[in-house]
Ligand binder design. Structure first.
Ligand code: ATP
Ligand code: MG
Ligand code: MG
Ligand code: MG
Length: 367
């Protein structure tokens, strides 16, 4: 019997477009002999829709116009019509929501950033008693929050980049104090980031006081908490982790950004100009150290399914810093995470299959 896989894409976050690209690749690659795909789109406004149209219309956003009318007309009912709250048994007795003739056996939430990678949708799926790919609620939330993640890394003795946290609500009244504190702690340039986001959205590198103030205001558009970090003169190394209780680390890869840093444009729009070097050309002892750190971090934050762990390798001192964990990393055929696994011996299609199986396994373990 085929397994019904709900593939959720889009979403309310600034990484909506990235999700469309990742989901398109996954839907193309998924084994159709083994799985029925139920594509579920979430618009930027947060409306949920069942999508039955052609795959090509996901990436360009046209899917929104041709999604299931019934649900489209009743946006407020969407979430609960699509994700039936209640036990599997009830769903099988024919309590199937309108627009969804098949029950969903497992969900692949291909959503990046807030409302997708941060524990929110994971909580909804827990409530609905539906297995899903990737990290659980707390783990997703901690990994999304760069400050909590750092605190956890520090507890494990992992080396993190020096940082300071500013609060949006104090920017208006305490900007001068913040500038003073930051200038005392760091020298320019500094990195400024929204605490909960991804794809470099809202991240700037400030070289002066003016840029610092601008950067703080920019990050504040996306988050209540703002992270300021020391600039590391680094090579960027990433490692893929796959598994639940016995996770494995992939080979490591290096990113050579096409811009001054790996910003949104360098990630998605400078076609092919940012280079992914897999495996990274670094000494084996360094890659071993990084893979070990990746597994330590993955376990410390209680991850499951998958994660891509990002590192900085300081060019002069060779010091390794852990930067962050992404629990739903970019997942196109050209994204780092699947490419790392391909190099390690797991093809893209196998990876998709493996992740769904890991979701089902983790769910069974809970029963
Ligand atoms: P994603 O989830 O897409 O990997 P993100 O939005 O979570 O990205 P980071 O990975 O923290 O953000 O940072 C984005 C990029 O900014 C890094 O890949 C790197 O190029 C640069 N960068 C971030 N912090 C620093 C730092 N402290 N020193 C030097 N470069 C940095
Ligand atoms: Mg990230
Ligand atoms: Mg990310
Ligand atoms: Mg990153």
């Amino acid at each position: 019997k085929k397994v019904n896989v709900g593939i959720i894409f889009g979403g309310k976050s600034a990484e909506h477009e990235v999700s469309l690209m990742s989901a398109t690749s996954i839907i193309r690659a998924i084994d159709k002999e083994k799985y029925n795909v139920i594509p579920i789109g979430i618009t930027k406004e947060g409306n949920w829709m069942i999508y039955n149209g052609p795959i090509e219309k996901i990436e360009n956003g046209e899917w929104e116009g041709i999604s299931n009318k019934l649900l489209h007309d009743k946006p407020k009912e969407n979430v609960f019509s699509i994700i039936p709250i209640g036990k599997k048994e009830n769903q099988m007795q024919g309590v199937v929501p309108p627009g969804l003739e098949k029950k969903i056996d497992v969900v692949f939430p291909v959503l990046h950033g807030p409302y997708g990678e941060d524990g929110t949708i994971q909580g909804l799926l827990e409530m609905a008693d539906i297995p899903y790919v990737g990290a659980e609620v707390l783990s997703s939330a901690m990994c999304m929050d760069k400050v909590y993640a750092k605190k956890m890394f520090e507890l494990e003795g992992l080396n993190v980049v020096e940082y300071f946290v500013a609060l949006r609500h104090k920017l208006k009244t305490h900007m001068d104090d913040y500038v003073k504190i930051i200038e005392e702690q760091f020298s320019y340039p500094v990195f400024i980031k929204p605490v909960n986001l991804g794809s470099s959205v809202g991240i700037t590198k400030a070289r002066s006081r003016d840029e610092l103030i601008q950067g703080l205001n920019e990050a504040a558009k996306h988050d209540r908490k703002i992270l300021i970090e020391k600039n590391i003169n680094c090579r960027e190394i990433e490692c893929g982790v796959l598994g639940n209780d016995n996770p494995k680390a992939s080979v490591v890869g290096e990113i050579v950004p096409s811009n001054e840093f790996y910003d949104y444009k360098a990630k998605y729009f400078d076609d092919g100009k940012s280079k992914l070097i897999i495996p990274a050309g670094i000494p084996k002892d360094k890659s071993d150290e990084i893979r070990k750190m990746a597994l330590t971090a993955y376990k410390a934050l209680g991850c499951a399914g998958l994660a891509r762990v990002d590192f900085f390798l300081e060019k002069e001192t060779n010091e390794v810093y852990i930067n962050e964990i992404n629990t739903m990393p970019g997942f196109t055929k050209y994204s780092m995470y699947p490419l790392l696994w391909q190099e390690t011996g797991v093809s893209y299609n196998e990876l998709v299959d493996k992740l769904i199986q890991l979701a089902l396994e983790r769910y069974k373990g809970k029963k």
